[in-house]
Write a protein of this length. Structure first.
Length: 220
């Protein structure tokens, strides 16, 4: 089982842009690998269309995108034309590659199999998995959705904003945080460090316990 902080497995794969070595493809970027159950299916088409439209936002954050399904490359390339039509995308090309995983090698290795979803041959399909991988090739976030539930990729952008902020700054992001919102001082930061680390100031919310653990600061 792949855990947060683990080195994400390296692998060779056939994709719509040719053969890739996954770690070499990532290089020093952040990356999102997301799977979908099958090509030419309704929810998946809406998802990949939305990701294609949001691709410039991921690029701004230095994030590479790559999708995966159990169909072959030829199927992926045909399906891309439907995705582009649904999303009203013009021009040649597509903003991210799609991995072919006909033998379910990656799906099994990464725990992406949905036991309730099977293809016409009775073989299991992948669930809607999301993996965020850092430049250090370590897993930063994973989410598994069932096949019947489409993902919210605007939420994924919000999460990436938090991950990229908190990896460099000594803060955490509270519930429903958005880029530019107040952050929370980490519990292990001592009182005498606050002025140096947070020159914009720190506000402490008083609690019935009397413990000053809710410490807010403007986003660094």
């Amino acid at each position: 089982m792949l855990l947060l902080g683990d080195i994400f497995p390296d692998f060779t794969a056939e994709t719509t842009i040719g053969t890739i070595q996954f770690h070499e493809w990532i290089k020093d970027s952040w990356a999102v690998l997301f799977s979908h159950p099958a090509d030419f299916t309704p929810v998946c088409t809406t998802e990949l269309g939305e990701v294609a439209k949001l691709a410039p936002e991921f690029e701004k954050r230095g994030v590479k995108l790559i999708a995966l399904s159990c169909d072959d490359v030829l199927s992926h390339k045909k399906w891309i034309e439907d995705i582009k039509a649904y999303a009203c995308l013009k021009g040649e090309g597509f903003p991210f590659p799609i991995i072919a995983d006909e033998k379910r090698e990656r799906a099994n290795e990464l725990g992406m199999i949905d036991p309730d979803e099977k293809d016409k041959a009775g073989l299991p399909l992948t669930c809607r998995a999301v993996f965020v991988i850092g430049p250090d090739k370590r897993l930063k976030l994973s989410i598994l959705y069932p096949a019947t539930t489409g993902r919210n990729f605007s939420e994924l952008l919000r999460v990436i904003d938090s991950l990229q902020l908190t990896v460099n700054k000594k803060v955490a992001t509270p519930v429903n945080w958005q880029q530019g919102g107040d952050c929370m001082v980490l519990p292990n930061i001592k009182q005498e460090e606050l002025a140096t680390l947070f020159p914009k100031g720190v506000t402490v919310k008083e609690m019935p316990s009397g413990i000053p653990y809710l410490r807010f600061t403007p986003q660094p």
